[in-house]
Design a protein around this ligand. Structure first.
Ligand SMILES: [Zn+2]
Length: 282
């Protein structure tokens, strides 16, 4: 990897364009997204220099294998974020077909099919001349982890955060989930974020009920509708974009707290209330 100068400032239109092409100016990797199952996103990251290709989660072996064939890439590793079936279903078949290595969260390693290596907070994984960091992000599942490539400002967040939304609290307490979202919100604003599901349009319908006067949110909802009409994915997003628009990242913001009548509440309590409302939202 060559050392880059100051990173160009990206507009949201640049992000959308780069997301579709899978190429970001100055980044040595090519990133490919395939929507499979219902709204799972299979993400492949390819390093042309080394020939390595990693999959973030493996929702569907056939869909991923087809994409690898189309691209002419050889899968070298699967990095699982958590143990849910729609993230590990393709593990065994892809490993059998490609001989790839499978890495997954130490907190739920026994539930990750065909796993070779378990990782937790602070562990690093070598990839294409750079390093992938592991962050523990409990809440959706207690063992959930996020993979981050600091050198490229990239993060793969699984089912912790979605664009305009967040994962359901399946196992953890709301406090744990809020802590994990706060950890992601503290990453650099320009961090490019790939999520485990493309459910932005659904999330947006709820988000506007929480902050009907948030103009950044309204603009994002319109953009997402336009992308959907064209049949294009609505992610990646950025931490900065989510800080401005995602109600679940905004539980500490006075404007949001006032909008839902919880001006004096702690952020974790506001987050828990938002999650309850979303769970009950039709
Ligand atoms: Zn999940």
């Amino acid at each position: 990897m060559t050392k880059q100068g100051p990173r160009p400032r990206r507009t949201n239109a640049d992000l959308v364009e780069s997301g579709h092409r899978g190429y970001f100016p100055g980044m040595p990797f090519i990133i490919d997204q395939t929507i499979c199952r219902t709204d799972n996103v299979a993400v492949l990251v390819h390093d042309p220099a080394s020939g390595e290709t990693i999959a973030i989660d493996a929702p569907d072996a056939e869909a991923i294998a087809a994409r690898l064939r189309e691209r002419g890439w050889r899968l070298t590793a699967i990095l699982n974020t958590h143990r849910h079936h729609d993230h590990v279903a393709g593990n065994a078949a892809l490993k059998a077909a490609t001989g790839c290595t499978i890495v997954g969260p130490a907190g739920e390693a026994e539930a990750i099919p065909a796993i070779d290596g378990a990782v937790g907070e602070g562990d690093t994984i070598a990839f294409g001349g750079t390093t992938i960091d592991v962050l523990e992000t409990p809440g959706h599942t207690m063992g959930h982890i996020v993979y981050r490539i600091p050198s490229e400002n990239l993060a793969f967040v699984g089912d912790v955060m979605f664009s305009l939304g967040c994962g359901r609290i399946v196992e953890g307490a709301a406090e744990a989930m809020w802590g994990s979202l706060a950890k992601l919100a503290a990453l650099p604003r320009e961090t490019i974020v790939y999520c485990g599901h493309d459910n932005t349009a659904d999330n947006g319908r709820f988000a506007v009920t929480v902050e009907p006067h948030n103009i950044d949110l309204a603009a994002r909802v319109a953009e997402v509708a336009a992308l959907r009409r064209k049949g294009l994915p609505t992610t990646p997003t950025t931490i900065g974009q989510e800080q401005a628009t995602n109600p679940f990242l905004r539980a500490g913001k006075r404007r949001l707290r006032r909008a839902i009548g919880m001006e004096d509440a702690e952020p974790a309590a506001v987050f828990a209330e938002l999650r309850r409302r979303k769970d009950a939202f039709a």
